[in-house]
Design a protein around this ligand. Sequence first.
Ligand SMILES: Nc1ncnc2c1ncn2[C@@H]1O[C@H](COP(=O)(O)OP(=O)(O)O)[C@@H](O)[C@H]1O
Ligand SMILES: [Mg+2]
Length: 232
Amino acid sequence: MLQKIPTGCKGLDEILEGGLTAGSISLIYGEAETAKTTLAMQCAVNCARKGFKALFVDCDGTFSARRLSQMASVDFEKIAELIILARPRDFREQTTLIDQLPNYVAKGFGLVVFDTITHLYRLAVAEKPEKTFEINRELNRQMAWLAQFAKTRKIVVLVASQVRSVFEDVYVSVEPVATRVLRFWADVIIAMKPTENAKIVMATVEKRPETGQPISFHLKIDEGGLSEYPVP
Ligand SMILES: Nc1ncnc2c1ncn2[C@@H]1O[C@H](COP(=O)(O)OP(=O)(O)O)[C@@H](O)[C@H]1O
Ligand SMILES: [Mg+2]
């Protein structure tokens, strides 16, 4: 049985006592280009390295096989076989996929990733602002169901969410709601922030199973993925 999936970043894994925990939801959030997808892919690779399958739900169409091959390196073929990609095209397809997860995620799975879980949600709200209430309720229902699914199947569920530093029209009303919903259901929350150096991001563990103060780490982005960048 899979207990933990290491992120591959030393300090993060230490503070998370081995990595992301099976049976619960972990949330990574941050602005664009803060390595959310990179971190999610790296967890999928590490899940595969442990011999478990991963379902990667690429909601915003940014999963790159080339990036995966760089990260997986010599094990690429073996790892690629264990990572299953799904690409819902709208929020309705995301709903269907989540409801049908038990059909996809059978034995041998260790991880389900949603990258990003709020992309299609936002498009849905933008298209039908009058349905905002129903759409918010649906996002909450999806998270509740994912939390239950993680628990009963003993798998890691990792959701990524993009936040914007500058609020635009429709997001003014939905962003805080979505953020509250995601934070409520997540047992681990990692905030990603840019630094002056485009290749270095700061990851802050805001919530973890063991209670404690938020702790931050600098992470370096390169060909092989993300790794801890010790600040002198
Ligand atoms: N193969 C690569 N080698 C080095 N850096 C990369 C590679 N692919 C993407 N990056 C960089 O990683 C950063 C984070 O990208 P990504 O993980 O997609 O962020 P997010 O999902 O938060 O938008 C970007 O600045 C991007 O330029
Ligand atoms: Mg991304």
